[in-house]
Design a protein around this ligand. Structure first.
Ligand code: IFM
Length: 466
């Protein structure tokens, strides 16, 4: 499955291995809406959206893309696209409202209907347990810096395994715990909006622990053929120059951005350089005996979310910074080249660098691109068409990088485009559009953008023209 077809149809045809998984991805709070229906209670994002000044325009996920009510229509769109897999997340406060105790049947039923609909359409469901919507009651009890939250996550994993284990074969414990820990508890630009470096490091460890506890629960409850995974937004870190100081700045960001998760999960250890870098912030006493054995419970694959590279040099950054222990040593520099509407540089080489690094660092661990995509200022023209040539070029470049990495020996099994639909882009509200399907939020009308047709064609051909 890892070997690339060495006999391309034409000299410029980049064909992916047989069985490659072609998907799209979404997350519950970004698309579902129905925020108060069927027993769902507020998550930290509902609260954050209601805090003045936190989210652009005061937007919230109350209605979002109304997917809770339009799920069948959305699955039909995926079927039309031809995706083999769909990655969605479960809203914890929809299925276990206070984060404790029994599940709410109506919440579980929604995900049962969704997965049945997907299976009926011939699409494999890929369930993510946590994409940032912590039940508010658990945050009130201390949130992720509090160890007990990890235990509650293990209980919730059990509820979901029992409810969907007969129909979902691929499970992801957490999505981007770096963002949840460091943007949520460090820089405060994400929910719950706290700004404490030590809280962010505690949260990161408890995310690792929660992942390990959930992986143990899932292994015990699911058939042995199930795939259990974790998704990280790994940073493709580049030093500005080869100077010792710049290289050390890159090392610091690699430690607190990447190895803080990779080392405990895959090697059962905390990076010692990270412990030194953060000594002024914490003594790491929150890591208890036995934790690392739990955290390093074997998993079946690693999900990678990649958007753009990170260029750093020696210097300092503004406070509050998400980079615990690094803010006085590292400055962030703009990478050259074109930018997306997020002002993120378009640089597909960063994805190639990440994948070949993981090929070397984690031999034997299958890799899946669980998110990649771009926001642009898309709009429907007078004929109702949505032309998004920049997104097509972004996707083409990144898929080519994935193909190149597979050719160089990276064991990449699939690619999930972020995102199926335009949606609620966190602190940016509805001002950024990542979908290949345009959503008119006033009418909830869905329209395929040109990129959706292009992606559908790539899937149908099992590759693209390089
Ligand atoms: O929209 C987000 C998603 O929720 C997590 N990964 C990055 C995307 C784009 O910012």
């Amino acid at each position: 499955m890892t070997a690339v077809d060495a006999r391309p149809e034409t000299t410029t045809e980049l064909r992916f291995p047989a069985g490659f998984r072609w998907g799209t991805a979404t997350a519950a709070y970004q698309i579902e809406g129905a925020a108060t229906e069927d027993g769902r209670t507020p998550s930290i994002w509902d609260t954050f959206c209601r805090t003045p000044g936190k989210v652009r325009n005061g937007d919230s996920g109350d209605i979002a893309a109304d997917h809770y009510h339009r799920m069948r229509e959305d699955v039909a769109l995926m079927k039309q696209l031809g995706v083999t897999d769909y990655r969605f997340s479960v809203a914890w406060p929809r299925v276990q409202p206070t984060g404790r105790g029994p599940a709410v049947q109506k919440g579980l039923d929604f995900y049962r209907r969704l997965t049945d609909e997907l299976l009926g359409a011939g699409i494999r469901p890929v369930a993510t347990l946590y994409h940032w919507d912590l039940p508010q009651e658990l945050e009130d009890a201390g949130g992720w810096p509090q160890r007990e939250t990890a235990d509650r996550f293990g209980d919730y994993a059990r509820i979901m395994a029992d409810a969907l284990g007969d129909r979902v074969a691929t499970w992801t414990t957490l999505n981007e715990p770096w963002c949840a820990a460091f943007l949520g508890y460090g820089s405060g630009v994400h929910a719950p909006g706290r700004t404490s470096a030590s809280a962010s490091l505690r949260a990161a460890h408890h995310f690792n622990l929660a992942h390990g506890l959930a992986a143990q629960v899932l292994h015990g409850a699911l058939p042995s053929t199930s795939e259990i995974s974790l998704t990280l937004n790994l940073h493709a870190v580049r030093p500005l120059t080869g100077s010792e100081a710049d290289v050390d700045a890159a090392r610091r960001i690699d430690a607190v951005g990447n190895r803080i998760f990779l080392d405990p999960v895959f090697h059962g250890r905390i990076p010692q350089d990270l412990v030194r870098d953060t000594a002024a912030v914490t003594d790491w006493a929150f890591v208890q005996d036995g934790d690392l054995e739990v955290v390093s419970t074997p998993i079946d694959s690693l999900g990678i979310n990649y958007y753009s590279p990170t260029v750093v040099g020696a210097g300092s950054s503004t406070s509050p910074s998400p980079w615990a222990g690094a803010e006085e040593h590292v400055r962030f520099l703009p990478a050259p080249g074109p930018r997306t509407a997020m002002d993120w540089p378009v640089d597909a080489d960063g994805l190639y660098e990440l994948l070949t690094r993981l090929r070397d660092d984690l031999p034997g661990v299958p890799l899946v691109i669980t998110e990649n995509g771009a926001a642009y200022d898309d709009y429907a023209d007078p004929s109702g068409e949505v032309h998004d040539p920049e997104r097509v070029e972004y996707l083409r470049a990144h898929l080519s990088a994935v193909h190149r990495a597979i050719g160089a020996g990276a064991d990449v099994r699939g690619y999930f485009l972020w995102s199926l639909l335009d949606n609620f882009e966190w602190a940016y509200g509805y001002s950024k559009r990542f979908g290949v399907v345009h959503v008119d939020f006033a009418t909830q009308r869905r329209t395929f953008k040109d990129s959706a047709r292009w992606y559908g064609d790539v899937i149908a051909r099992g590759g693209l023209t390089g």
